[in-house]
Design a protein around this ligand. Structure first.
Ligand SMILES: [Zn+2]
Length: 171
């Protein structure tokens, strides 16, 4: 296992739509292990493959630090098959550091996908598990929390990042 680098906004790969996985081989299994280790190392509760530079529809989620009844799992080619309710949820993102924004999310979702063992699985979630699903699935479509806030807030963050970059370059 290895910890991989988490890409940060405005890396272009984060804007790309990821492709479906059609074969779960050793490389995909290794990627899932690395994603898990990378997520834990960064203190996150979810991670999507494009965040480590791989444009494939894979996510790992472990919201047990917030909801102890949940546990770690990985899902390949996830699709929302049912959803209910709507709520504003404040969330951050490992790829968008120092940014906490309220985002519109469904309260409950049911998601169908493939397990790392190749079985079709369906997982229902509400609260933090539902939000984590939606957040990580956004990544698979090249969508960041910044794309879900007002243009003004997006602009403020964009300028902040630019300024920090300039500081780094002149340091
Ligand atoms: Zn994220």
């Amino acid at each position: 296992m290895a910890i991989r680098e988490i890409l940060k906004y405005p890396h272009p790969l984060l804007k790309k739509r990821s492709g479906e996985v059609d074969r779960i081989d050793g490389e995909i299994k290794r990627l899932i292990q690395d994603m898990t280790e990378t997520m834990y190392d960064a203190g996150g509760v979810g991670l999507a493959a494009p965040q480590v530079g791989i444009s494939r529809r894979i996510l790992v989620i472990d919201v047990s630090p917030i909801d102890p009844e949940q546990r770690l799992f990985a899902m390949i080619n996830p699709k929302i098959v049912w959803e209910e309710g709507e709520i504003d949820h404040e969330e951050g993102c490992l790829s968008v550091p120092d940014c906490l924004e309220k985002v519109k999310r469904k309260e409950k979702v049911r998601v169908r996908g493939i397990s790392p063992e190749g079985d079709e699985v369906e997982i229902s979630g509400e609260g933090i598990l539902a939000f984590a699903f939606q957040h990580e699935m956004d990544h698979l479509d090249g969508v960041l929390i910044l794309d879900r806030v007002s243009p003004l807030k997006r602009d403020i963050y964009r300028r902040k990042v630019k300024k920090e970059r300039r500081k780094e370059e002149t340091a």
